[in-house]
Each structure stands twice: as C-alpha cells, then as structure tokens.
Write a protein that binds this ligand. Structure first.
Ligand SMILES: *Cc1c(COP(=O)(O)O)cnc(C)c1O
Length: 391
C-alpha cells in the first residue's frame, strides 16, 4: 500500500522536534549538531530571536493580502535587495524552482520583445541543479531527474562543467542565455573559478546573451559574500535566490537588471503567495542580520577555521575521505567510503550532514555556528570516520 506521504524521499528515521541555534533536538532527546541547516536554508540557525520576533509580530498583524495590493514588507525587502546587489528589480517567489521558472520566462520574453523571438535557447551545465519544476529539470537535464517526465521543455543545451570548447560550440544565433551555479551544490560542491565566471560574463557581453546565476544555495552569505559572484567582481543579468533568504520560511526571489527585466510588464507573471507579508517580514530580518560587512567577515573567518580542521580530518582518515572542497561555509568532503555510509555514521555520532553527487558529503552549517561548535562538529565527524574504519 502506498504510504500516506507520497514516497519520493528516502528519509532518515529521525524526527526533530526542536531547534536551537546550530542544534537539532530529536524526539528522544538526543542533541544533534546541524551541519546541514535544512540544506542551506537555516542560514541563521534555528529559532533565531530576530526571526522569531519578525515572524510573530507579522503573524499578529496580517498574514496575507495577495498581490492585488501594496505590500509594505515586500517593498522594504525589494528595496533592501536592490540596495545591496547589482539588481534594479525583484520578483518574490516561494521557492528556488519557481525562481527558475521566472528566470526562463524573463529571458524568453526579453528577446521576444527585442524583436529576436528565435533566441530562446539557454545553455546550462552538467551536474547542475535548478529545482524540480518542468523548467528546472529541463534546465539541469540529468537522466536521474528527467527520466519518464518527457516531453521535456525544449530550449536547453547542456555542456560539461568546465569544458570551454563545448561551451563555445554550443552557442549559436538562437542562444539567449547562460545559466550556471557559481558553486554547484547538489552536484557535489564544485566552485566555478573566478576566472571562468569572468569569462562567462565577457562571453555573454560579446554575444548579447544574458547571464543567469543560480545562487539559490550559494547565495545569502554562504560563501562569505552576500552573493557568491561578488568574489569574481562581476554581476549577472538575472539571479535566482531562495533557501537562505527566508531563513526557514519558504521564500525565493528573482533579481534582475532593468535591461533584462524590461519586458516583464503587468500581467506577464504572478504568484498568489509570492512576497506575502509573513515571508517578507522574515526576509527583511534575515537581510538585516546577513547583509553587513561584519557578519560576512565572521562567516569567512569561521569558514577558515572549519576548513583547516577539515583538512586535518581528511589527513587523519585517508581511507574515508579524499579532499575538502568548496568555499566559505559551503564545504564538501569528497569521500572514499560511500557518502551515504558517512552520513549514517554522522548520525550515529550525533552530527547531521548532507549527501551530494560525486560521492561528496556537504557541510552547510548555520552561518551563526560558533567556534566551539565547529570544534565539536569536527570531533563528531572524526568519531564517525573512526567508526567506519573499525566497522
Ligand atoms: C535547492 C535549489 C533549487 C531549488 O529550490 P527549491 O526551493 O527546492 O525549489 C534550485 N537551484 C539550486 C542551486 C538549489 O540548490
């Protein structure tokens, strides 16, 4: 008999009932150090007082009105995002995959209204992840995500990660945009070198293409900058954001330049919930915490500490781990043991980590993790590795 929850997930037999900062408390009382943060969502940890206050205050005032009306908190969050980024304009969604949908529509409509309706193709990269909607799976294009779901949305071309020749060969007169994650998340924590991101920007400028960055996982302070592309000193035309921007409240956004977004006039797109008062009240509180130089400098400092400790962990367990990769607090341990076994051993040692492709385990701790918690987390990972070695 099919379970009452559609069985599309392989869930661990853990039921967390409470969260405090970097800690998750299981129904049986065990305290887990959370290095997954709900897959980079709980950027400020669990039950952050500023977020709880923002949410409860808004909950007592007004939950929802729809986008038929002005939403002051949505306006405030848009203004904050515009002030802090390359963007001139923002559309709010409830998730990353909805941000992908709009990014694709925005690109198509841009060229349609520019008198180049044949320019519909978007080049994306193997190993990428852009969500589970029809556009999202077509954009990522992997067999694993698309199998049995055809016919797929047309208009996507896929090139191997890091293959410049294949990229150049894929571009033709119908190419409208390049879509890429500055740091691949699901694909196994693979950062795109700054030089490559600069090269993509130059290529887009040269060929009149738009550059879409998917910063759903790597954005919102995770790499030590508000958005990962800032490290390369370039800006996209369109950017997808979600996960950390709501700190656990479902919220996403598409940020764009005026040029890229100019065709998106009244009636071209919409969302019932997108940008609702609850989500935007929390989003404003998240921006207040994260979008400042001191907070981001702390992320980088703690990232250095965690990385150094992880290098030691890898050196001490060469049969279990191969290398540390990633940037900021978006780190991956490439495993020699099966990554699923490492995740399980982590649970046994009361530390939660997240698997990714390429036999990697991801470490995406709350950006608020303390030095002591970093130390304790690595001790627990060390215990997990030792358990695997002696198994
Ligand atoms: C998680 C993720 C998405 C999809 O976001 P959802 O909120 O799950 O729809 C898209 N792109 C990237 C890079 C992601 O990590």
């Amino acid at each position: 008999m099919i379970p009452s929850i559609l069985p599309t997930y392989n869930r661990a037999p853990l039921s967390f009932v409470k969260g405090e900062g970097s800690w998750l408390i299981e129904a049986d009382g065990r305290r887990f150090l959370d290095l997954g943060a709900g897959i980079a969502v709980n950027a400020l940890g669990h039950a952050h007082p500023a977020l709880v206050a923002a949410l409860t205050e808004q909950a007592g005032a007004l939950w929802h009105t729809s986008n038929l009306y002005q939403i002051p908190r949505q306006q405030e969050l848009a203004d904050r995002l515009v002030a802090a980024t390359f963007a001139d304009t923002v559309f709010f969604t409830n998730s990353g995959t909805e941000a992908c949908e709009l990014a694709v529509k925005m690109v198509r409509r841009h060229f349609h209204d520019a008198g180049q309706p044949e320019r519909t193709d978007i080049i994306a990269f193997e190993g990428s992840f852009h969500g589970r909607s029809s556009a999202g799976i077509a954009a990522a294009g992997s067999e694993k995500m698309t199998k049995g779901f055809g016919p797929l949305l047309p208009g996507f071309r896929h090139v191997p990660w890091g293959d410049h020749d294949a990229l150049h060969a894929a571009i033709d007169d119908n190419t409208a945009a390049i879509l890429i994650e500055p740091v691949q998340g699901e694909g196994g924590i693979r950062p795109l070198p700054d030089q490559c991101l600069k090269g993509l920007r130059a290529l887009c400028d040269e060929r009149g293409m738009l550059l879409i960055l998917d910063e759903v996982q790597c954005g919102m302070g995770r790499t030590g900058r508000l958005f990962a592309h800032e490290w390369a000193g370039i800006a996209p035309d369109i950017m997808m954001v979600a996960k950390g921007i709501g700190g656990g409240f479902p919220l996403g956004a598409v940020l764009a330049t005026e040029h890229a977004a100019s065709a998106m006039t009244a009636g071209t797109h919409g969302s019932t919930y997108g940008g609702n008062p609850l989500g935007c009240a929390v989003g404003c509180a998240v921006m207040e915490q994260i979008a400042n130089a001191e907070f981001l400098a702390e992320v980088s400092r703690k990232a250095g500490l965690l990385r150094q400790r992880l290098e030691g962990l890898v050196a001490g367990h060469p049969e279990i781990f191969e290398e540390v990769r990633g940037i900021g607090l978006m780190l991956g341990l490439k495993c020699r043991a099966l990554n699923a076994d490492v995740v399980q051993a982590g649970y046994d040692a009361l530390v939660a980590i997240v698997p990714a492709a390429d036999n990697v385990v991801r470490l995406l701790p709350p950006l608020t993790i303390t030095d002591d918690e970093i130390s304790e987390a690595v001790n627990r990972l060390d215990a997990a590795a030792t358990q695997l070695e002696t198994a």
